[in-house]
Design a protein around this ligand. Structure first.
Ligand code: ITT
Length: 200
């Protein structure tokens, strides 16, 4: 049986402002107060695990232990078929120390080279951890195709080059509410809600 989340408040264990906006929007109907790891001045743990779930757990437990509150972490990224799933768990690291996603998107384009495949997916692991060491962790994905050059300034990260299957606009171009309804993060969140949350 998954553990029910019964506390009034949780820590969003991320230092990425784009994720804070998206997760806060997903959490809105549940009347839970959220505070971000950045706001609390929590340290950013080194992501040493080899999977999205492993790194999400690592970040959630680090924030829960440091804050004494339940913490929700997101580990996510873009997996490109022509690159055997890269950048994958290294998606943030491809942007370099300045978090320059123009650079990261250019690298994706360069590494695809003359491979005709444009197939890609976004993956998101969400982990909710409690200070006693328990966690509940879920994985969501969305498939799509890459489109170059980057287009649209909504969203964050690799959104300007990702067109979800069945659509023509990139995540960077579309209304954020549409992205929130279908994204890898939304799919992981649906599972978290079904397992752990009760709507208020
Ligand atoms: P935290 O670890 O503090 O949460 P981070 O940005 O380092 O922040 P990740 O290690 O999970 O997070 O890196 C995931 C990267 O994948 C992220 O920086 C984005 O560039 C990209 N990414 C994840 N979800 C995305 C989305 O919905 N749209 C665009 N890019 C996304």
């Amino acid at each position: 049986m998954p553990r029910t989340f019964a506390e009034p408040k949780l820590v969003l264990a991320t230092h990425n402002p784009g994720k804070v906006i998206e997760i806060a929007a997903l959490m809105k109907p549940f009347g839970i107060e959220v505070v971000s790891a950045g706001d609390l001045g929590l340290p950013e743990p080194v992501e040493t695990e080899a999977t999205f779930e492993g790194n999400a757990r690592l970040k959630a437990h680090a924030a829960a232990t440091a804050s004494g509150m339940p913490a929700l972490a997101d580990d996510s990224g873009l997996a490109v078929a022509a690159l055997d799933g890269a950048p994958g768990i290294y998606s943030a690291r491809w942007a370099g120390p300045d978090k320059d996603f123009r650079l990261a998107m250019d690298r994706v384009w360069e590494e695809i080279g003359d491979n005709p495949s444009r197939e890609a997916k976004f993956v998101c692991a969400l982990s909710l951890a409690w200070p006693d060491g328990h966690d509940e962790t879920f994985l969501g994905t969305i498939t799509g195709a890459l489109k170059f050059p980057p287009s649209g300034d909504r969203g964050f990260g690799y959104d300007p080059i990702f067109v979800p299957t069945g659509f023509t606009q990139t995540f960077g171009e579309m209304d954020p509410n549409n992205k929130h309804a279908m994204s890898h993060r939304a799919h992981a969140f649906e599972q978290l809600v079904a397992a752990c949350f009760t709507e208020k």
